[in-house]
Design a protein around this ligand. Structure first.
Ligand SMILES: O=C[C@H](O)COP(=O)(O)O
Length: 260
């Protein structure tokens, strides 16, 4: 059991993201996007002490931005490191900013594992996004075999090094710790497991950036749902969640952000 620390609430406002991934809301049509937005607009609003965003497929960013309640920020799930040019299928940070999208997830494990994105590329994306004034949610996480082998921090450190090397102003940088074995599997990390890794991440960050680490928000992601969110939220170094599946329905998602 954890006791909430006043330091945390003074210096780190919780941040909860709903990462829709390649889902059009809870379906595959623009109508299912409309239904999720209507559901969120009718749901209890986030408290003034919690920041909430939805990370939407590119093609729905504009329509969601113009229809969702202003208490939700709208985020992209990825971007490329260049401003423009011959990069078929890519979207730049400049384009996102022009569309009013100033939050972006970078380095999700699905980008790393399925699309082969490296720490070098992700570092360049982080640097570019921050230079544009964007809020970056930079992801890190280990696989099941790595956790079982006791090498979690060995895996996280290079990922974190790419973040540190490309971040000067930490006010716009949020870290999302997402153990890959917990993503979409129902195998949520226990609050103790998550807290232990979050504390180690913060301790490692402190060795690089000193007391600035105290103010860096670290989200937990991996099978967070409306049943387990409240207990996870008590952990003092968990500063919010990055939610996949449970963010596709307004009811469960509003329960999750409602725990903060
Ligand atoms: O970005 C979100 C994470 O990958 C977690 O997904 P999940 O909540 O479906 O496990």
């Amino acid at each position: 059991m954890f006791a909430r620390t006043s330091r945390r609430f003074m210096s780190r406002m919780p941040i909860v993201g709903g990462n829709w991934k390649m889902n059009a809301g809870n379906g595959t049509t623009k109508q299912s996007v409309v239904e999720l937005v209507e559901g969120l607009n009718a749901a209890p609003k986030p408290s003034s002490g919690c920041e909430v965003f939805v990370a939407v497929p590119y093609i729905y960013l504009d329509s969601v931005s113009s229809t969702i309640d202003k208490s939700f920020k709208v985020s992209a799930q990825n971007m490329y490191k260049e401003a423009k040019g011959a990069f078929t299928g890519e979207i730049s940070g400049e384009m996102l900013m022009d569309m009013g999208i100033s939050t972006v997830i970078i380095g999700h494990s699905e980008r790393r594992d399925i699309f082969g994105e490296t720490d070098a590329l992700l570092g360049a994306k982080i640097s570019k996004a921050l230079s544009l004034g964007m809020r970056v949610v930079a992801c890190c996480g280990e696989h099941k075999e790595e956790r079982e082998a006791g090498t979690t921090m060995d895996v996280l450190v290079p990922q974190l090094e790419a973040i540190v090397a490309n971040t000067e102003d930490w006010s716009n940088l949020v870290i999302a710790y997402e153990p890959v074995w917990a993503i979409g599997t129902g195998l949520t990390a226990t609050p103790e497991q998550a807290q232990d890794t979050h504390a180690k991440i913060r301790e490692w960050l402190a060795s690089k950036i000193g007391t600035t680490a105290d103010g860096v928000r670290i989200q937990y992601g991996g099978s967070v749902n409306d049943k387990n969110a409240a207990e996870l939220a008590k952990a003092p170094d968990i500063d919010g969640f990055l939610v996949g599946g449970a963010s596709l329905k307004a009811g469960p998602f509003s329960t999750i952000y409602g725990v903060f």
